[in-house]
Design a protein around this ligand. Structure first.
Ligand SMILES: Cc1ncc(C[n+]2csc(CCOP(=O)(O)OP(=O)(O)O)c2C)c(N)n1
Ligand code: SF4
Ligand SMILES: [Mg+2]
Length: 283
């Protein structure tokens, strides 16, 4: 597919050097491959949270929905249940997914609804100017923690594994080839997939130098072994020394939520006319 087909005209307002650019370009390429593989473009749906990451919906011209901050997962789950033949991609921030929306993430992992969740983990609240998030390091000085963050960060991969996620992976915005492979596998995975992307916030938490030294590609790892995945997930806990594995930590095939969801024999159709009338009020 010619990627111009999904280019949007909205002005890009991300800061120069922001890791979101490579996620955007990678996702566009993956969407192109999905369409080339036979999925109609209108059957690929993006759901976004609120934050710098969420603007990705403005920059890709496909069906999309902005959820409330932290609430993109329930929206995505509902879309998938109503339209099981659609590919549903959720984009969330670390504040969005691991703070405000944590319970949604854990229950989505437990439920195994077939949605792909891509977390732009820049380890700060970027849009609101760099406050500490659940993955900021201890001691982090942001506008809400001028004397340094007291709490320790938690480990989202370990949390997702504990909650029962059937696909858990980590990517890095500066390793685009690896990221493309991971996101492609995640989208093709029939179940809930969490892709935690170390997305560098060039303005409020620039980690390029640190991550570039620490990251490595997972090899000789048995992604079918949950215990091995937990050990790998624990290898790095946001320090500046330990190796940071990139790749698929865990992958398991089990029944998805929407397959076992008891739908009524006659699924009610949305009343398009009444929706159109409501939308007209905003024009
Ligand atoms: C319920 C709610 N609380 C707070 C906000 C204000 N708010 C908007 S974006 C944001 C931070 C987003 O951080 P993150 O999810 O990490 O995304 P990033 O901007 O870093 O991509 C906050 C707190 C909001 N919009 N809604
Ligand atoms: S504030 Fe950070 S995350 Fe937001 S656009 Fe700028 S560099 Fe990117
Ligand atoms: Mg963030």
């Amino acid at each position: 597919m010619d990627l111009k087909r999904i280019s949007a005209s909205a002005k890009n307002t991300w800061c120069p050097g922001c890791g979101n650019f490579s996620i955007l370009n990678t996702v566009k390429t993956v969407i192109g491959s999905i369409v080339d593989g036979g999925v109609p473009l209108e059957k690929i749906i993006m759901v976004d949270g609120i934050g710098c990451h969420g603007k990705i919906a403005d920059y890709i011209n496909i069906n999309s929905f902005y959820g409330l901050h932290g609430r993109s997962v329930p929206v995505a789950t509902a879309i998938k249940i109503a339209k099981p033949d659609c590919k549903v991609l959720v984009f969330a921030g670390d504040g969005d997914a691991y703070g405000e929306g944590l319970e949604h993430l854990l229950f989505a992992a437990k439920r195994n609804c077939d949605i792909t969740m891509i977390v732009h983990n820049n380890r700060v609240y970027g849009l609101t100017t760099g406050q500490s998030s659940p993955t900021s390091p201890q001691g982090h000085k942001g506008r809400s923690t001028p004397f340094g963050q007291h709490e320790q960060p938690f480990n989202p991969l370990e949390l997702a594994l504990a909650a029962g996620a059937s696909f858990v992976a980590r990517g890095y915005s500066n390793s685009m080839d690896e990221l493309k492979k991971i996101i492609t596998d995640a989208v093709n995975h029939p179940g809930f997939a969490l892709v935690d992307v170390l997305q560098v916030c060039a303005t409020f938490f620039n980690r390029y130098d640190v991550y570039n030294k620490q990251v490595y590609e997972l090899k000789d790892h048995d992604a079918g072994n949950r215990d091995a995945a937990v050990v790998k997930a624990r290898e790095w806990n946001y320090d500046t020394e330990s190796p940071i594995a990139l790749g698929i930590f865990y992958k398991q095939i089990r029944e998805t939520f929407e397959r076992s969801f008891p739908m009524p024999p006659e699924t009610p159709q949305p009343r398009i006319d009444s929706i159109k009338k409501i939308l007209q009020k905003f024009v």
